[in-house]
Design a protein around this ligand. Sequence first.
Ligand SMILES: Nc1ncnc2c1ncn2[C@@H]1O[C@H](COP(=O)(O)OP(=O)(O)O)[C@@H](O)[C@H]1O
Ligand SMILES: [Mg+2]
Length: 455
Amino acid sequence: VSRLWRSLSFRLAVAYAGLLCLSTAVLFGVYYWLSVERPLDEIRVRVSREAQVLAQVYIADGEAALVTALNRRAHDTTGRRAFHAFLAPDGKLVTGNLPSWPEQPSSGWLSLEADVYRDGDELDFSALARDRVFPDGARLIVGRDAEDVEDVQEIVQVALPWVTGLTLLFGCLGGFFMSRAIGRRLDAISATARQVIGGDLGGRIATEGRGDDFDRLVETLNLMLSRNQELFEAVRRVSDSVAHELRTPLARLLAQLERLGENDGDGEARRSAREAALAEAQRLNGIFDALLRISRIEGGRHNAAMRPVDLAVLARDACELYAPAAQARGIELALDIASGAMARADPDLLFQALTNLVDNALKYTPEGGRITIAVDREAGKAVVSVSDDGVGLQPGEAERIAERFFRGADTRGAPGEGLGLSLVSAIVALHNGRLRFIDNRPGLRAGIALDIARP
Ligand SMILES: Nc1ncnc2c1ncn2[C@@H]1O[C@H](COP(=O)(O)OP(=O)(O)O)[C@@H](O)[C@H]1O
Ligand SMILES: [Mg+2]
């Protein structure tokens, strides 16, 4: 029972049934009071007063005065029909229009049948009457018609058990259906949650398509599940590719170390094997460093020092840094500052991203090419971009080149691990910016769009 009681839908059902019963009872009570109790009370007050006045007339003025008063009252047609019976001390009826009355006088309220026959018709009346016996033994019964009110009272009394029963029935039925409707939708949510916990990340909660609160909740939850699935799959992809990519260098390192063990005689071969192993280990170390950096930046664990940064200055510095390398390869490195643009950024991280782009452009542009570092404003954003006229991308590569370890088909010969653009992408995401790769025909244009710093 306590388990049942802890269920919200059950408590709602009980509350619903209870409220329905309570409101029906209140409505019924008010109706009874207005249409039965109050009119009956009015009649009782009136009859009591009249009985007192008439008794006073008898005591003070005697029988004849009373009879006159009674007859006048009986013929007064305003208001409810008046009834009376006056019996002399010897029990004989002196005057009256009541067809019958109890033998024995009583002190409470009487409800007397007082049907009237006129022109062959029977008119139903019921007198609410007071009975009084005088010290001399005379008896006076006065009343007024309460037939209509008593009819209502009777109807109400007949209806009461039905209304009670139907209210309980509808309350329970309504509560049952309500709790079932809520319970069903809650069950759908927890069933899907269990499915997802059980490992099926693709599980989604079905909506009823009514656009109600539950549907909106379900939509939000489904969105959360989709996002979690994406994140989870991204994490799995990354760890898969990390494991995959590290196997080759590790195997190479192992082979070199084994060769080192075999070649214990020849000093020169030993030295070169040792150097190769060291270089491989350093490369592995570099990969791990880069991976850690990327995930620190992606996880927001890097303490970025955001401040307004002049992109023109940044571009100029990068240009200076790479001028010797470009010259050595016979590539023209140009600067194109269309308009100064201040961006909110961490200057060190942004510079790292920019140099990674320039580094790629140099790597993937043949001798005699041209590279341009440009700064401009586009659509309310500050944009720094690196364009080259090199090999460019194959179709479909633009979406993937920022993935960890991804390297294009045309570029297998060039040195690198395929982590440079992953770092750029992580840095741009940390800045809430956008990284875009556009076909430069020929070559590639890589652009970083950032929010303009408000001074
Ligand atoms: N300027 C560019 N021109 C042509 N291809 C590029 C350019 N920049 C990047 N790419 C492609 O994107 C891939 C990933 O780049 P990146 O992450 O920097 O790795 P890496 O430089 O180690 O190859 C590169 O292997 C290359 O195929
Ligand atoms: Mg690179």
